[in-house]
Design a binder for this molecule. Structure first.
Ligand SMILES: Nc1ncnc2c1ncn2[C@@H]1O[C@H](COP(=O)(O)OP(=O)(O)OP(=O)(O)O)[C@@H](O)[C@H]1O
Length: 312
């Protein structure tokens, strides 16, 4: 095990009757790393993380939390996991602070420690100003933020989030994404499931693409894009002599075409190629009026790997 490895799972399997929900899933997450499980509805995300959290019996495979085997009967592992389910687990008649106090007691936090920790958690999820309000008066997004706060009370080294932004307003979504990034910055290992590719791209260091209960590919966004052979596209709006032949001569350029003052250049890595492309254009005596860079996203990777769109 790598020294800072917080989670490792392999060969996870789960069937519901004849339906194989998770066929063979494995990955590892280090401290401070955010791992995204990206897949459409029904791909097996919730089933996978429920087995990892130890709230669902698995048919096969292994889960190690901080190096120790973990399962439904392991309280050692559960103390190291903060699991935030899709469904809200809050008492609507209690205030935010009272809810947190209740769950802090369940975690066995002492009175003084609980008070300190509740204040910290309220700040992390951006609800300090609403701490004394009853949860039934909260918006859906605020309830989701409090739900996240409950999962943080015991300072778990591993945080598991099941589509934490599904159906929340943009302000709460942003607050949740910022909280998650801050927690990762403090060293928490985060397992994040989503079918929003923008969130996976923004938050996750590595992404596993899950389809029909299997991880079809894994890596950083750039690695995944490279894996399926997608290229970046640079579009130049130009004035002046023909520039396409000198662009085609650059080793970074896979293809270049031009039409009516617009030149399309295909490259592997736009960030690296752009200075050379602009330099070649200037050398050819061309004035560049505008530059646009289009990087292929995870949606196209997903389509490539599975033949279907992420969102139905
Ligand atoms: N308790 C259950 N009994 C029977 N089938 C189940 C059960 N839980 C999940 N399934 C099925 O297993 C498959 C995977 O479901 P799962 O909830 O893990 O997917 P998901 O990727 O989390 O999807 P979503 O984004 O909709 O939550 C689906 O076909 C689902 O209908």
């Amino acid at each position: 095990m790598a020294q800072d490895e917080i989670l490792r799972c392999h060969e996870l399997r789960k069937a519901f009757g004849d339906l194989v929900a998770v066929a063979d899933v494995g990955f590892a997450i280090a401290a401070g790393e955010t791992y995204g499980l990206l897949g459409p509805n029904g791909a097996g995300k919730t089933t996978t993380i429920s087995m990892i959290a130890g709230i669902l019996d698995r048919d096969g495979g292994e889960v190690l939390v901080c190096g120790r085997p973990h399962g439904p009967s392991s309280t050692w592992g559960k103390r190291r996991i903060g699991y935030v389910p899709q469904e809200l687990a809050l008492y609507p008649d209690l205030t935010a602070r009272e809810n947190l106090r209740f769950f802090a007691r369940l975690h066995g936090l002492g009175r003084a420690e609980a008070r300190r920790r509740i204040d910290e958690v309220l700040a992390v999820v951006g609800l300090t100003g609403r701490a004394e309000d009853a949860v039934k008066e909260f918006s859906g997004g605020m309830k989701r933020r409090l739900n996240l706060g409950v999962g943080l009370l015991h300072r778990p080294p591993l945080l598991i989030l099941d589509e934490p932004t599904a159906g929340v307003d943009p302000q709460s979504r942003n607050a949740i994404l910022e909280s998650v990034a801050a927690l990762a910055g403090e060293g928490t290992a985060i397992l994040y499931t989503t079918h929003y590719m923008e969130e996976a791209e923004r938050l996750c260091d590595r992404i596993g693409i899950l389809d029909l209960g299997r991880i079809r590919a894994e890596g950083t966004r750039r690695e995944l894009v490279a894996l399926v052979g997608e290229l970046d596209r640079i579009t130049l709006t130009v004035e002046g002599p023909r520039v396409v032949p000198s662009l085609q001569a650059l080793p970074e350029v896979r293809a270049a075409t031009g039409h009516e003052g617009r030149v399309e250049v295909m490259v592997e890595d736009a960030g690296r190629a752009l200075p050379r492309v602009l330099g070649a254009a200037t050398d050819a005596g061309v004035t560049v009026r505008a530059v646009e860079v289009h990087e292929p996203n995870l949606e196209s990777v997903f389509l490539h790997l599975t033949g279907k769109a992420l969102r139905d």
